[in-house]
Design a protein around this ligand. Sequence first.
Ligand SMILES: [Zn+2]
Length: 497
Amino acid sequence: MSTDYSRSVLLGGRAAGVTNGALLARLRNSRVHLSAEAHLPGSVETLRVLVCNLRRWPIQLSVDPGSRTQQLDQDLLEELTAAAAGIDPDRPLRIGPVHGEALHLHVGTRPPADASVAGVPDGHGVRLRHRGHRFPRLNAAGTGLGAVLAAATLTGEAFKTVAGLPAGTFVRRPVLDFCPVLPGEQPGLATASLPRLDRVLLGGCGAIGTGIASILGLLRATGELAVVDKEVFEDPNVTSYSIGTRADAAARAPKVDLIATHLTQIDVIPVQGTIQDYIERVDAGAVPWPRLVLGGLDSVEARHDLQRLHADLTLDGSTGGPAGTTLALHEALPTGPCLRCYFTADHTAPSAEQRLHQATGLPLQRIARGEQPLTEADLEGLTDEQRQTVAPLVGKPVCGLINLIGLTGEPGDTYRPSAAFVAQQAACLVTGAWIARSSGLVTGPMRRIEYDVRFGPRPDQMTDERLPSPGCGCQTDTRLISRIRATRGAVRQARGL
Ligand SMILES: [Zn+2]
């Protein structure tokens, strides 16, 4: 079996407005070439993440080994080759000069003349320059957070070109400076480090959760981290998560174990289960009641469960939008705004079955017999247009059509457009907010920060200060919430957690 590119192709196809087949052909013909200045702090980490991000597309990928003083270490080149092969053994990373036309990305401040764009971490942030624009002096040594952000931002620039986004649907900003700890300030000014992990829970080990884990690893975080997720790691995750290989997918490793294995310097408490399972263990005194919750969940219901932990602070990361290119951070408190204030349950939205009915004209009674394969007879009574959509799917079970024709967005529907480089930017906002709040660099109202990778972060227009919603449970049930918090605090102390 070959590497499953379905999720990244779905995201690219939607953003480019072309069929998945057309995008796949375009990606296979695209060449991306990388070079790096290994002596700059954080640049090797940036290159590592960048190679893996780009290997998550079926493009042709090469790395320049450099020459003389700028030569990349042989061990590093072997490590990069192995990391790429872990994602797609059939598309080996090529080491050497580029042949033919390629998009050249450079990690560092002195790009070669043929590089289109260069990026580098500056402290916890990123600086990016297109050809012809010089870098200023860097303020600080690049950190692991800055490295992931630099790699994700460079990947975003490559995405615009290799996916062939139509004019008007994206912006190429020749100069980009961004710090996820202090949005609006120059990168490298905020140098506070991540505190030691103490009573922290990572809720959800998907695209965003593995992005957060990847940053924690590169920041060399220490302490104790509880992680909860009910699922196992599977093939489609290889091209949309920041951690995990084809071998991990073949072994169907629980996602929580994948993160525990990756974070060797942290005491990870893996809990394979739902958020509700974790809450029950908290109340039984079996696991620590978290003070801080980092959320990387993809459904409204799971977010509401996460809020029921009533932790001191919840930092929720999300990705979404029609093409999956939008990402956001939601800061939440037990006293409000809580995650219920941000995410209201929508009971009026049509179900996946109803949307399949609208998209195909297939009767709801027929859709209810989901396991039975679609037959020619089912096409009778459909319009020509509906027939065109449905005819290629004859022979497949009806329930599978919801995924095949991309009717996504329902709870429980796992076929969403998703890409590691988008989720990593959400993870950077979450980690940046954590550093900012724990060090007192940011105080005051809870924030919602959101941007679209096609346009990049815009510090002047991406942040809303959020007030609690008047009718929300966090406002109407304040006494109940403080009683639950007091009880959990007492259980925790009694158990010494
Ligand atoms: Zn609320």
